[in-house]
Design a protein around this ligand. Structure first.
Ligand code: ZN
Length: 314
């Protein structure tokens, strides 16, 4: 049995796991991401790989990173939420662990995992939108990860949706990520809570009465408890996502579009308004058949499972 390690490097945590050819995760290790220092990040990735390599016979390593990766799958060109700028990540890790390494965009890796083992197992054309702190995008076309000419295809989060809109970590402004991500959810909730403290009563209780202390998990918990402002913030987020999905379907025509990421784990709170808007817009555009919207099946392990599997077929 060929075992590989997948490492998911996000803005806050590094999650690594040993993965079988069937997509089963045998063991995981988790560390905080030292996001301000690129050498530290490579060191932490190498450490978690070596730790897993002690107990399992590892043959290759796949790293899923929240950034734009070059077409040779070795250099992180730019990471809006991490310190990497033209970072030769593959070589830096390879010299520390003495195993073959591939680097993949984290959402591409997650899309691959959902295609191979998750919500898109029966489909050959699918898109994945990960709704987390930011927005990630991945595309599987004809049963392969579609990376584009320069390795940056499917960066759905950085399509401009509002001219002169909210500034984005990528350097531009008005990006989809600023309206349909966890960050956007918190902004919507703060704006609404300032105007409507009564409707935000439950949410503000959780935040100790301080609007600025509101965070994403609080908005989810308050919405589950029926807090009006939190529910309205989810509706607003879902509406943006529904429009975004309809636009992506117009451009890509996949068989299914999968919603994943930490915020999507809020389930119906997000999927109901997103599906409603999506159905309305696709119907308006005269589409009699359009991609089915599905929720991701592999949760927060999708990135590491996909990266590990892509390392196997490198
Ligand atoms: Zn952007």
């Amino acid at each position: 049995m060929t075992l590989t390690v997948g490492v998911d490097v996000g803005g806050t945590k590094v999650l690594a796991g040993v993965v079988t050819p069937e997509g089963e995760v045998l063991a995981t290790v988790r560390r905080p991401t030292p996001s301000q220092d690129v050498n530290d990040t490579a060191r932490v990735i190498a450490e978690v790989v070596r730790e897993l390599d002690e107990d399992y016979a590892i043959e290759a390593v796949g790293v899923g990173a929240a950034g734009w990766i070059d077409a040779s799958r070795s250099v992180v060109l730019h990471a809006p939420n991490l310190a990497w700028r033209r970072e030769p990540l593959r070589d830096r890790i390879q010299e520390r662990v003495d195993l073959p390494v591939v680097v993949e965009n984290d959402a591409n890796a997650a899309a691959w995992a959902e295609y191979r083992f998750g919500a898109g197992r029966d489909q050959h054309h699918l898109l994945l939108i990960t709704v987390g702190t930011g927005i990630g995008g991945g595309a599987v076309v004809n049963g392969e990860v579609y990376r584009g000419e320069f390795g940056m295809a499917a960066e759905f989060g950085h399509v401009r949706v509002v001219p002169d809109g909210h500034p984005c970590g990528c350097g531009a402004s008005g990006c989809f990520e600023q309206y349909a991500s966890g960050k956007a959810l918190v902004r919507f909730a703060k704006e609404r809570a300032r105007d409507d403290r009564t409707g935000a009563r439950t949410l503000l209780e959780m935040a100790g009465g301080d609007v600025d202390a509101i965070d994403g998990p609080m908005v989810t918990r308050a919405a589950q408890a029926g807090d009006t402002v939190s529910l309205a913030s989810f509706s607003e987020l879902g509406d943006w996502l529904g429009w975004g999905m309809a636009d992506l379907v117009s451009a890509w025509d996949p068989r299914c579009i999968i919603l994943g990421g930490g915020v999507a784990e809020a389930g119906d709170l997000l999927s109901i308004p997103a599906r409603e808007t999506y159905a309305k817009v696709t119907a308006l555009r005269g589409r009699t058949e359009a991609a089915e919207v599905r929720m991701a099946a592999l949760g927060n392990k999708a990135g590491l499972v996909g990266a590990a599997d892509l390392a196997r077929i490198r």
